[in-house]
Design a protein around this ligand. Structure first.
Ligand SMILES: Cc1cc2nc3c(=O)[nH]c(=O)nc-3n(C[C@H](O)[C@H](O)[C@H](O)COP(=O)(O)O)c2cc1C
Length: 208
């Protein structure tokens, strides 16, 4: 899964930027349950923990919640917990519900909330050729450098990174008349590549 994950690419790119100044990061993939023991140990021994999360139905995926249930609150205060929350759709507004959830999460673990980097428009990362994916994710490297320097995600910087909050009327019109046909063709192409044999708008249970 790691090879196809947009989150894995984002965190790889972010860490590259973070490590430029000599910092070191341990990375564990929670989508692979075999890595949970190491991830738990990393949570327990480090005082700077960052979760990178894909947005699934407006919030955090179930597997992450399952992992969180295995963690104990930290005995001593002082651990900083930060987040990267990324999604497929372009408007930052639809990541705000997840962001609000993450803002209160660290207190359950006796940790300190240290900011969330949100950004949408990441659907295509694992579908495009390698070089293009690298270019599309490159802004995360810059944010990795910034996080190393500032040791937090500042809200103003995050909002700038995550923009637009909402699409403009012009963008919505463009999508309605052009964008959605391109997107439909693209989704059909991807579905076919993944072995789908029926059209995506097939309605097998519709009463005729
Ligand atoms: C079941 C499911 C639900 C999703 N829900 C949302 C959503 O509510 N908002 C959004 O912007 N993207 C949504 N997405 C898109 C993913 O967040 C996006 O493609 C992300 O980059 C996937 O990261 P991953 O490849 O690491 O899983 C969803 C994807 C799936 C598979």
């Amino acid at each position: 899964m790691e090879a196809k994950s947009n989150t894995a690419r984002i965190i790889r790119t972010f860490v590259r930027g973070y490590e430029v100044s000599g910092n070191r990061a341990e990375v564990w993939h929670l989508s692979d349950k075999k890595q949970w023991t190491c991830a738990k140990e990393a949570y327990e021994k480090n005082d700077n923990v960052l979760f990178a999360i894909p947005l699934y139905v407006e919030n955090v995926p179930g597997i992450m919640l399952e992992f969180l249930e295995t963690l104990q609150p930290k005995k001593e205060a002082g651990t900083k917990m930060s987040f990267i929350l990324q999604g497929g759709f372009g408007e930052a507004s639809q990541l705000r519900c997840g962001e609000a959830y993450l803002e209160m999460l660290p207190s359950y673990f006796n940790c300190e909330y240290n900011g969330t980097l949100i950004k949408g428009d990441n659907f295509g990362l694992s579908w495009v050729p390698e070089g293009m994916a690298e270019k599309m994710a490159a802004h995360y490297e810059k944010m990795g450098r910034s996080f190393a320097e500032k040791e937090t995600f500042y809200k103003e910087e995050v909002n700038e990174f995550a923009a637009p909050e909402y699409f403009s009327e012009k963008e919505i019109r463009q999508y309605k008349y052009i964008g959605r046909w391109i997107q439909k063709a693209l989704f059909n192409y991807i579905a076919k590549k993944n072995g789908c044999k029926k059209p995506l708008d097939d309605k097998p249970y519709q009463v005729k």
